[in-house]
Design a protein around this ligand. Structure first.
Ligand code: NAD
Ligand code: UFG
Length: 347
């Protein structure tokens, strides 16, 4: 039996594929490579010494999804595929509703048709309403404030409705907090297109000299050092959470929601300090204005995932920084292979 991983070539998906293969699962990866590279799949095969099928194609193409279900004995789906840039979603809402909502609807329709009703879905802490008491539990109030967040919330509600309509469905929604870091081998990691939006990839690109300095978005928040606090979680801890979620959908039907975070938070300045300590690299930074949409503090209550999924994050902020830096230094151009022969012949 095979676990279908949509978006398995992406940042979190690739780390989860490694955990799945190392735990003896057979997998098939479906990805349109719109935000990833086929090189990651080669690396996963090398790291795990395991083979698996890769289907390059789009969730917007229902016949393509059907073909993948026809060719494999799929038992459950881990659904990562989606667009995730908040700013882009504000500029191009149609793209987000079409890709994330339509893509998921197609997937669920084909799953239903093939009577495969076990799904683990990538949601986000962004679904929680701002200005509420911390830590955020799964029962905290939800309210998305941008199209990206709304697609996550809508898909959560869709899954709840599917279960309501047919109790054979087994759906686990995982609300990720702030995944950072990379596999400790340095073989796979986060490879953003263009200038990164998120703190850790921006910080590592400053540390390696690709970008001049980090701008800290505001130091006048109601936090001890004035900078925003987030619940950063090592991507490998997050990937392991998916194995637990998969165990859950394999053994019982239902609709469940879990936070995947560490249960604590660090400020932007604390992250910079931890990075400098873990790597010995200085990070030039300056304080800038607030970024629109940022909440001062966000961290998870992880007691339900501990109790029901039997999962908890184990890696420290220093390990997250060390592994992010290891990935950055081993792969200064991410997955892009620089062909030096061509470069030289063009010069
Ligand atoms: P990613 O962009 O690295 O991976 C997503 C993958 O999905 C990419 O490989 C992309 O090519 C693929 N994809 C997108 N649309 C597709 C489509 N229509 N058909 C087929 N493939 C498609 O992102 P990630 O950071 O690995 O995030 C994975 C999931 O987790 C996403 O759903 C994201 O919204 C969610 N999430 C991410 C974060 C984060 O901080 N990284 C936080 C919360 C939630
Ligand atoms: N920050 C800076 N400078 C930067 C980048 C970020 O100071 O150049 C700060 C931000 O202001 C914030 C913190 O670093 O205080 C973390 O910012 P990120 O952009 O790394 O992460 P966010 O918490 O804003 O958002 C992330 C994902 C969202 C997801 C959310 C909750 O990008 O998709 O976590 O899961 F919805």
């Amino acid at each position: 039996m095979t676990i279908l991983v949509t978006g398995g070539a992406g940042y979190i998906g690739s780390h989860t594929c490694v955990e799945l293969l190392n735990n003896g699962y057979e997998i098939a990866v479906l990805d349109n490579l719109s935000n990833s590279s086929e090189e990651v799949l080669t690396r996963i095969r090398e790291m795990t010494n395991k083979s698996f099928m890769f289907y390059k194609g789009d969730l917007l193409d229902k016949d393509f999804i059907k073909m993948v279900f026809q060719k494999n004995r799929i038992e459950a789906v881990i659904h990562f595929a989606g667009l995730k840039a908040v700013g882009e979603s504000v500029q191009h809402p149609h793209l987000y509703y079409q890709n994330n909502i339509m893509g998921t609807l197609h997937l669920l329709e084909v799953m239903d048709q093939y009577e495969i009703r076990k799904i683990v879905f990538s949601s986000s802490a962004t679904v929680y309403a701002s200005s509420q008491p911390m830590p955020l539990s799964e029962n905290s109030i939800t309210k998305a404030i941008n199209p990206y967040g709304r697609t996550k919330l809508m898909i959560e509600e869709m899954l709840a409705d599917y279960y309501q309509a047919n109790p054979k469905w087994s759906c686990v929604v995982l609300r990720y907090f702030n995944p950072i870091g990379a596999h400790q081998s340095g073989e796979i990691g986060e490879d953003p297109n263009g200038i990164p939006n998120n703190l850790m990839p921006y910080l590592t690109q400053v540390a390696i000299g690709k970008l001049n300095e980090l701008k800290v978005f505001g130091n006048d928040y109601p936090t001890p050092d004035g900078t925003c606090i987030r619940d950063y979680i090592h991507v490998v801890d997050l990937a392991k959470g998916h194995i637990k979620a998969l165990n859950k959908v394999q053994i019982e039907s239902g609709y469940y929601t879990y936070n995947l975070g560490t249960g604590g938070g660090y400020s932007v300045l604390e992250v910079i300090q931890a990075f400098e300590k873990a790597t010995g690299k200085k990070v030039p930074y300056s304080i800038g204005g607030r970024r629109q949409g940022d909440v001062p503090i966000c961290y998870a209550d992880t007691s339900t995932s501990k109790m029901e999924l039997l999962w908890q994050a184990t890696k420290s902020l220093e390990e997250m920084c060390k592994d992010a830096w290891n990935w950055q230094t081993q792969n200064p151009n991410g997955y892009k292979i620089i062909d030096h022969a061509t470069l030289n012949s063009n010069n």
